[in-house]
Design a protein around this ligand. Structure first.
Ligand code: HEM
Length: 504
């Protein structure tokens, strides 16, 4: 039920008329002051004072409303979330041009109240300025040193594939929820890069760490938190905010313990993982009395929690979509498994096999395209005044690059709303890249883990499909498998079970 419907149902006629009259007066005042501002702003639906366009917005799935609005207002338009002015970029051309050709102008992060509460401007995801630049550079270099896009990561992922396959085997072909096993596996990749070791799947502390990170990603996408971000002072007591803060506090204390135990066994000449590299660098800067260093405790904690959250849920969610789509479209699963058997026979897959597995590669890309798991990227902010496509956007304006409108752009994709791996295949069945494939966004804030994520998706998906046939639970037809995404900051499949039946 929308807020508007709630209001109609629960208010008395007098209150209702009073509020309408008040809104009308405020509306007239606000449209006068808006027209006095200089520069031509991107168009958009008329906002109500204080509420902005809130009543038009589906708070649980705002990206759907924004896609609808782009049909009326075009590829650059303004909406008001409460009193916050937000510019939305829709479709491949506008998003690409803004993020790539105007990378600096559109490259700051908007740190909404909930992300400020939980990160205080530290780390990578919700930081800006010199501190962000340094942490991003440090994380990228370290991730590369620890194998992102290299053989080291390949062997780590293949080892994890083995553990994941063993875990699925334990279900003996009976229905199971895909979320936990897949999240544990992807989480262990980032954990071994960050801490230098993986965790056992039955380690309660690890299981809770993954659960808390995933819960927070889900809660951040809830209607309650959208309201909190619009009216932080008014609704700071809201339940989901309290849950997020509690989860964050617990996670920070667990991360501190993990860091402390690494400190105790630190060898300054040997980095076991990103934490070690950070601690060594921190010590060096302290020894040379660097005064404006960004290598401090808070940046370490939030860089670690950011990488853990960003690296676990996204990759796991995409893999879960892949398995669900295979169960729903068994003829496509047949084609993947035929290709795997023909090319790999029964040997273990390697990264280099990708070029000989064009159909499998196309299926993975199409899964990412259709699932569009970060539909609004992570909101950006303009770092300075900019005139873009003839519109004036002032410094500090929140910008939403509507990635889902790029991945489903009707002028870019032959069948934007159906699962069609041919989007990534030419007539001879060879893999083709597509410009509008932007699930990792682009420009200054492009996903830092893109190459690691691609390697994980390829190896996990291939290994799982080599070993198992994925089917709906007994009594459920393929048509009945629901592709409606759940509500959340990232879009996972709705809760479901699948069977993994051993193939070889
Ligand atoms: C399928 C998997 C993944 C997808 C679809 C994905 C997608 C994204 C997107 C859309 C953004 C926001 C870009 C923007 O603001 O314009 C992002 C940012 C980020 N991602 Fe990923 N990601 C994935 C996996 C990973 C992994 C494995 C890691 C960790 C190594 C990671 C770390 C990050 C970080 C740290 C940022 C923030 C970058 C910044 O603000 O400078 N991501 N990702």
């Amino acid at each position: 039920m929308s807020l508007l419907e709630d209001f109609f149902l629960f208010s008395s006629p007098t209150t209702f008329l009073g509020v309408v009259a008040l809104l009308l007066i405020l509306y007239l005042v606000s449209s006068r002051s808006a027209s006095q501002e200089k520069g031509k702003k991107p168009p958009g639906p008329r906002p109500l004072p204080l509420l902005g366009n809130l009543l038009q917005l589906d708070l649980k799935r705002p990206y759907i409303t924004l896609c609808e609005l782009s049909k009326t207002y075009g590829s650059v338009f303004t909406v008001y979330l409460g009193t916050n002015e937000v510019v939305v970029l829709a479709g491949y051309k506008a998003v690409k041009e803004a993020l790539v050709s105007y990378a600096e102008e559109f490259g700051d992060r908007d740190i909404s109240p909930i992300f400020y509460d939980s990160n205080q401007g530290h780390g990578i995801l919700f930081a800006n300025g010199e501190s962000w630049k340094e942490m991003r550079r440090f994380a990228l270099t370290t991730l590369r040193d620890f194998g992102m896009g290299k053989r080291v990561a390949e062997s780590k992922i293949l080892e994890e594939c083995h553990h994941l396959n063993q875990l699925l085997e334990k279900h003996e072909g009976k229905p199971f929820e895909t979320a936990c096993p897949v999240n544990y596996a992807t989480s262990n990749i980032i954990s071994s890069i960050v801490y230098g070791n993986r965790f056992e799947y039955d380690n309660p502390s690890f299981k809770n760490m993954v659960r808390r990170a995933n819960d927070n990603i889900r809660l951040v996408g809830s209607a309650q938190i959208q309201l909190y971000n619009m009216f932080p002072r008014l609704v700071s007591w809201i339940e989901n905010r309290q849950l997020i803060l509690k989860n964050t506090e617990t996670s920070i204390s667990v991360v501190k313990d993990l860091i402390n135990s690494l400190k105790e066994t630190l060898n300054p000449h040997l980095c076991r993982g990103l934490v070690d590299c950070f601690l060594i660098r921190k010590q060096k800067e302290e020894d040379s009395c660097v005064t404006d260093t960004h290598y401090n405790e808070k940046n370490l904690i939030f860089t670690v929690t950011n990488l853990f959250a960003a690296g676990t849920d996204t990759t796991a969610t995409t893999l879960r979509w892949g398995l669900l789509l295979m169960a729903k479209y068994p003829h496509i699963q047949d084609q993947v498994q035929e290709e795997l058997s023909r090319v790999l026979e029964s040997r273990e897959v390697q990264v280099d096999d990708r070029r000989n597995l064009p159909f499998t590669d196309a299926v993975i890309h199409e899964t990412q395209r259709l699932a569009s798991i970060t539909p609004m990227a992570i909101p950006h902010k303009t770092s300075r005044d900019v005139t873009f496509q003839g519109y004036f956007i002032k410094q500090g304006t929140v910008v939403i690059p509507l990635l889902t409108s790029v991945l489903h752009d009707e002028s870019e994709w032959e069948s934007p709303h159906t699962f069609n791996p041919s989007h990534f295949l030419d007539k001879e069945g060879k893999f083709i890249r597509r410009d509008a494939f932007m699930p990792f966004s682009a420009g200054r804030r492009v996903c830092l883990g893109e190459s690691l994520a691609k390697m994980e998706l390829f190896l996990f998906f291939t290994s799982l499909l080599q070993h198992f046939r994925f089917t709906p639970p007994p009594g459920v037809t393929e048509e009945e498998l629901d592709l409606t995404p759940a509500v959340g900051f990232t879009l996972g499949p709705s809760a479901h079970k699948l069977c993994a039946v051993r193939r070889q």
